[in-house]
Design a protein around this ligand. Structure first.
Ligand code: HAM
Length: 416
């Protein structure tokens, strides 16, 4: 037997319906904020992800699905959406007409070679939003508000924004230097990964899962002490906007996020003060570093797996309706033909219809009516059909009537 791959899953039945329901909420809220839907290819050149996410990140070093195609091209399965959207933005020269910001959202499968665990898979779906062409805190606040309100619309109330700023290049470079000066004497006491990060990417030491309880990290210098005037002012303005918009946040000066492209504001949306459901931030240098002009941008992405798990955990009711409207019962070949014709007609008129496709007895078909929880059943028999009539029965009240076959739609319209 061939089984599915580790860290992948099939989405079927109620699970598929729940996701569909969440998708509808996300589509609707994106429409309110005037974001257009985008879908990008599942694979892109490896260089795109390696350069944008950062060669020294865990994602690129350990998690990307890299492969060569038959034409010897180096390709990578999309591990996240931002790099692909930036590639699209540059490839279509959308920076040429930026009288208004370009705002897009996506709902796509991503691939990361991670150790599968709760809320973490190798194939997973992300909903993401990206905004290009505004460097204003107003754009930061719009992205935060869109993501924050999306969770609230799903019914997750106890959420909070964990917020930090990485400042501009000058602030970040001063901070990196201070970090390295502070950490140098302790370098051998850090985990192996952090020893490597020390030279290549010292900021990442801040969110190391291994060293997080290490006393050395507890007393580490804070980025807030290294922000220059400009960086501090914009961070304060953003906080003011969030206060105004009644968005709950806490500043966490150890939040750096695992991708290299962030500048200024970074954030995560956390549930019950700890569990991160999604994250994002500003990435003002990415368009330029991938070959476009300098265009500021900001975005966010949410993982479906964690969000769905939390909706379940909080007993949030997602309406799922598996009931059907009508079951058509038939036995003889003429009855079956009429059933096929009627099913076609009723479905085109918007009703959910099931028929017998297995040539079963009437008794077995009645069992299907109950299994499908059909609101109505229509019994087709040759004698009635000769008079253009059918028996229609309300499966709940058990009331039944004989009606003209041409009146079925009107009848159902009145009763459903
Ligand atoms: P990220 O933090 O790598 O950011 O991923 C965002 C979210 O995707 C995570 O918070 C988590 O919910 C979900 N996620 C990540 N990895 C997995 C996994 N292996 N299994 C299930 N869910 C997962 C980004 O991807 C950035 N592109 C976000 C962004 C958009 N920044 C700016 N714009």
């Amino acid at each position: 037997m061939i089984l599915k791959q580790k860290g992948t899953y099939d989405i079927f039945g109620d699970e598929a319906k729940k996701r569909q329901y969440i998708n509808e909420i996300l589509d609707a809220i994106c429409q309110k904020y005037n974001y257009s839907k985008i879908e990008t290819p599942v694979f892109e050149s490896s260089e795109l992800f390696h350069r944008s996410v950062g060669e020294t990140t865990d994602m690129v070093q350990k998690e990307t699905y890299d492969f060569k195609d038959r034409g010897d091209r180096n390709l990578t399965l999309r591990p996240e959406g931002t790099a692909s959207i930036v590639r699209w933005f540059i490839e279509n020269k959308l920076y040429g007409n930026l009288s208004d910001p370009v705002k897009v959202y996506y709902n796509m499968k991503m691939y990361r070679y991670e150790r599968p665990q709760s809320g973490r898979n190798r194939e997973f779906s992300q909903w993401g939003i990206e905004l290009f062409g505004s460097d204003s805190e107003l754009a930061d606040a719009e992205i935060i508000s869109l993501s924050y309100n999306a969770y609230r619309l799903m019914g997750l109330d106890n959420i909070c924004v964990k917020l930090n700023t990485l400042g501009d290049t000058e602030s970040r470079e001063n901070y990196k230097k201070a970090l390295k000066d502070y950490l140098k004497p302790y370098i051998n006491e850090l985990c192996e990964d952090c020893q490597e990060r020390f030279e290549k990417n010292p900021l990442r030491i801040l969110d190391c899962k291994v060293d997080c309880d290490n006393d050395i990290l507890k007393n580490i210098p804070k980025i807030s002490d290294f922000l220059n005037e400009t960086s501090l002012t914009r961070f304060n303005k953003l906080k003011e906007l969030l206060d105004l918009m009644d968005i709950k946040y806490i500043v966490d000066d150890k939040l750096v996020r695992g991708l290299d492209y962030y500048t200024h504001m970074v954030y995560e949306i956390v549930l019950d003060d700890s569990y991160a459901l999604g994250g994002g931030g500003r990435y003002n240098n990415l368009v330029e570093s991938l070959g476009g002009p300098s265009v500021p941008a900001v975005g966010f992405a949410m993982g479906y797996d964690r969000t769905m798990a939390m909706l379940e955990d909080k007993n949030i009711n997602i309406p799922i309706n598996n009931d059907i409207d009508v079951y058509l019962l038939s036995v003889s070949s003429d009855e079956k033909e009429t059933s096929a014709y009627l099913a076609q007609n009723l479905r085109l008129n918007g009703f959910i219809v099931e028929t017998d496709l297995l040539d079963r007895s009437l008794k077995s078909q009645f069992k299907s009516v109950d299994r499908f929880n059909s609101k109505f059943l229509i019994v087709l028999n040759d004698d009635d059909l000769a008079k253009n009539e059918v028996v229609i029965k309300d499966n709940k009240t058990k009331e039944e009537e004989k009606i003209n076959i041409n009146d079925i739609i009107d009848y159902l319209d009145m009763h459903i």
